[in-house]
Design a protein around this ligand. Structure first.
Ligand SMILES: [Zn+2]
Ligand SMILES: [Zn+2]
Length: 97
């Protein structure tokens, strides 16, 4: 897949996921609106290329949660994150509410 096609597919993937999320962060359940949602790959982008465009691998997060998720494990955006990391993070967030 070409880079251009790749980013086009990603945009489509993100838009559909955020539409389904109805502007609500799936982690902290805060309404932030369509434009402010980040679409996170539950199983990371780099190590799970076959899941790159799957809706089942999309998690819509507010900026705070998205940044927090990547920061909590002291990882950069390319680190191998998995769905388990997200589920664990979600538990932590909801414990401190
Ligand atoms: Zn959130
Ligand atoms: Zn992410």
């Amino acid at each position: 897949m070409s880079r251009k096609e790749d980013s086009y597919q990603l945009r489509k993937w993100s838009i559909l996921a955020r539409r389904n999320a109805k502007g609500i962060c799936e982690c902290c359940n805060t309404f932030v609106g369509f434009r402010n949602l980040n679409t996170h790959h539950a199983n990371c982008y780099r190590y799970y290329p076959e899941e790159r465009f799957l809706q089942s691998n999309a998690v819509c997060l507010c900026y705070k949660c998205h940044e927090g998720l990547h920061n909590i494990y002291k990882i950069n955006w390319h680190y191998k994150t998995t769905r388990d990391d997200y589920e664990r993070f979600k538990k932590i967030v909801n414990l401190h509410r």
